[in-house]
Design a binder for this molecule. Structure first.
Ligand code: NAD
Length: 368
């Protein structure tokens, strides 16, 4: 197979700072594991606007469609707040998601033992937590028609429409079942089939796909409100959760916060398989461009590095190397190395963004 290709879009604010640490790790894999990538770099967000007058150029979009995976830092910042909606930095991100048709958003909630005290839940509830929320990303109530604010008699009415086709449900269900097979082999599907027709169809289609194609995976169903309660009560009961765009938006944020800092949370957005069998894919940290700490060397690069670990696992079939990288991060945290966002205030001196990257490289070296 040809050398896998990666398009790196560092973006704005702390994006370039955290991405610099990912580039060190990519170089490490090339030098020490003979795992080489054909890497290209380009602009997105405000950085692209400054040069091209748009937050994503057509050339960059075309390149994103060709590569095996896109790795994005973060976009946005106060400098761009005054721009017209059509050229705001976030539009670059939305264009990538839309044109690559990235319908499955993967948000892991994983609790590193060394950080279990960071959770607002009791340590035994979150220690060792490892769940994956698969959120449908390109349909549902955020896109359904009709929508708008209309006038009815003397008052205004706000309208949004929840709409799902069978094929939209089936493809995200398949993503969840495939993932479960690589993890704990369990899927819990969440909707509101008790009060929504789209929920009834969701439950039917997930059940049909399960029976026909994935009978070896354990499937359960839960109403999304009950699911929210269970996530707070005993999150370790879940492996993969699959849900729609709206519920997934809420449930994935809630689940992510079970585990502590924004600086620790990776994500992946996957689309249909390409000719080489790899899914269209974009990997990015959950956090934004953090203008309050940008340019100060304070950003935690772990969310971005964990996003690259997800790329190793889901785009490049290098699950063992992804585990090596996650274990290196776990070791660094267990050794007490902390960026400022991870300090619990017990007199530990924080390390800089690049020192955290160096510590992870040292742990990777030690893993050989
Ligand atoms: P943010 O995620 O940028 O920051 C929220 C808080 O978390 C800040 O205090 C920040 O310092 C801290 N933080 C975030 N990432 C961190 C890291 N890696 N290490 C240490 N601390 C970290 O969210 P915001 O402040 O609401 O938004 C700032 C800008 O980012 C806005 O322009 C917003 O539109 C944009 N944004 C972009 C994305 C994206 O690119 N995917 C996501 C969210 C927000």
């Amino acid at each position: 197979m040809s050398t896998p290709s990666l398009l790196i879009l560092p973006g704005d604010g702390i994006g370039p700072e955290v991405m610099a640490e990912v580039v060190k790790i990519i170089d490490w894999y090339g030098a020490k594991r003979d795992l080489k990538f054909d890497v290209s770099m380009d602009l997105v967000g405000g950085a692209a606007y400054d040069v091209h007058g748009v937050p994503l150029s057509d050339e960059t979009m075309a390149r994103a469609q060709e590569v095996d995976a896109v790795l994005l830092g973060a976009v946005g910042g106060p400098k761009y707040d005054v721009l017209d909606f059509s050229v705001k930095p976030e539009r670059g991100l939305l264009r990538l998601r839309k044109e690559m048709d990235l319908f499955a958003n993967l948000r892991p909630a994983q609790c590193f033992d060394a950080l279990a005290d960071f959770s607002s839940l009791k340590k035994d509830v979150v220690a060792g937590l490892d769940i994956m929320i698969v959120r449908e990303l390109t349909s549902g109530i955020y896109f359904g028609e009709p929508r708008g604010i209309i006038k009815e008699g003397n008052e205004r009415v706000g309208i949004n429409t929840q709409r799902y086709t069978e094929s939209e449900i089936a493809r995200v269900a398949r993503s969840a079942f495939e993932l479960a097979r690589k993890r704990g082999n369990k899927v819990c599907s969440m909707e509101k089939a008790n009060v929504m027709e789209s929920g009834i169809l969701w439950r039917d289609v997930v059940t049909e796909i399960h029976e026909a194609e994935y009978p070896d995976v354990e499937l359960s169903h839960m109403y999304a409100d009950a699911g929210a309660m269970q996530l707070c009560r005993w999150p370790k009961q879940f492996d993969v959760i699959v849900t729609d765009n709206l519920f997934g938006d809420l449930l994935s944020d809630a689940a992510a916060m079970l585990t502590g800092s924004l600086g620790m949370l990776p994500s992946a957005s996957l689309g249909a398989p390409m000719e080489n069998g790899r899914p269209k894919a974009m990997y990015e940290p959950v956090h934004g461009s953090a203008p309050d700490i940008a340019g100060q060397g304070k950003a935690n690069p772990i969310a971005c590095i964990l996003s690259f670990a997800m790329a190793l696992r889901y785009s490049f079939n290098e699950g063992d190397e992804a585990t090596r990288l996650e274990s290196a991060i776990e070791k660094v945290l267990a050794d007490g190395v902390r960026t400022a966002d991870l300090l619990a205030g017990e007199g530990v001196t924080p390390v800089s963004t690049s020192e955290m990257g160096d510590a992870i490289i040292a742990a990777l070296d030690a893993s050989l």
